[in-house]
Write a protein that binds this ligand. Structure first.
Ligand SMILES: Cc1cn([C@H]2C[C@H](O)[C@@H](COP(=O)(O)OP(=O)(O)O[C@H]3O[C@H](C)C(=O)[C@H](O)[C@H]3O)O2)c(=O)[nH]c1=O
Length: 187
C-alpha cells in the first residue's frame, strides 16, 4: 500500500498493490494492518456503497456533526469520480480550503478523509460505484450539507449542471460561511 501526502496534514491518497494477470486484477482493497503500518489507525464500523447510473451525478457536500463526525475511506470499484473534500474545521489553519482528486477503477486510488472535512463527488462515467468505510454509524440527525457550488469555497468541479438529490439541491442546509464546526468535541 502506497501512501501519498496531500496539502492537508491528515488526508492521504492510498494506492493498494494491484495484481494483474490474464484474468483481470486483484487487490486487498482494505487491510487494517497495512494501514496501521502507514500510521493510519481507524476502527471502521460501517461499509457504504452508492451506485450512480448516469455520469454527472453529484453527491455532497456532506458531513456529520460532532460527536458523530465520520472518518471515511473512499474508493471506486467501477467508473470514475472527481472526489472533493473541504476543511470545515473553523480552528484549522487550512479552514475553507478544498482538494479534488480523481478516483477510479483504473487508478485504484483511495482517499482517507478525516473528521472535520465535508465530502462529495461527481461521477465522470456511467454506472459508477463508490465504496467507502466510515468509523461512525449513520446518524441522520447529525447529517449536514454544504452547497456543492458555495461561492465562498469555489470548488472547480469538472461538470456544470449536476444531477442532484432533492436534499443536495435544497442546500444550503448550512452556508459554509455559517460553519462553527471545530475538530474538538463541543464543550
Ligand atoms: C449516508 C447514508 C444514507 N442512508 C440512507 C438515507 C437515505 O434514505 C438514502 C440515501 O442517502 P443520501 O441521499 O444521503 O446518500 P448520498 O447522497 O450518497 O450521501 C452520501 O454522499 C456523500 C458523498 C457522503 O460522503 C456521505 O457519506 C453520504 O452523505 O440512504 C443510510 O441508510 N445510511 C447512510 O450511511
Amino acid at each position: 500500500m502506497n501512501k501519498i501526502e496531500t496539502k492537508f496534514q491528515e488526508v492521504f491518497i492510498l494506492e493498494p498493490k494491484v495484481y494483474i494477470d490474464h484474468r483481470g486484477k486483484f487487490m486487498e482493497s482494505y487491510n487494517k494492518n497495512s494501514l496501521e503500518q502507514l500510521g493510519i489507525q481507524v476502527d471502521f464500523v460501517q461499509d457504504n456503497q452508492s451506485v450512480s447510473n448516469p455520469a454527472g451525478v453529484l453527491r455532497g457536500l456532506h458531513y456529520q456533526l460532532n460527536p458523530k463526525a465520520q472518518t471515511k475511506l473512499v474508493r471506486v470499484s467501477s467508473g470514475i469520480i472527481f472526489d472533493v473534500i473541504v476543511d470545515i474545521c473553523t480552528n484549522s489553519p487550512t479552514f475553507g480550503q478544498w482538494l479534488g482528486v480523481i478516483l477510479s477503477e483504473y487508478n485504484n486510488r483511495q482517499i482517507l478523509v478525516p473528521k472535520g472535512f465535508a465530502h462529495g463527488f461527481c461521477t465522470l462515467a456511467p454506472n459508477t460505484t463508490v465504496c467507502y468505510k466510515v468509523d461512525q454509524y449513520y446518524h441522520p440527525v447529525y447529517d449536514r450539507g454544504i452547497l456543492w457550488d458555495d461561492p465562498d469555497i469555489g470548488i472547480d468541479w469538472p461538470i456544470t449542471t449536476p444531477i442532484l438529490s432533492d436534499k443536495d439541491s435544497k442546500h444550503p442546509l448550512l452556508r459554509y460561511a455559517d460553519l462553527n464546526f471545530s475538530i474538538k468535541e463541543p464543550d
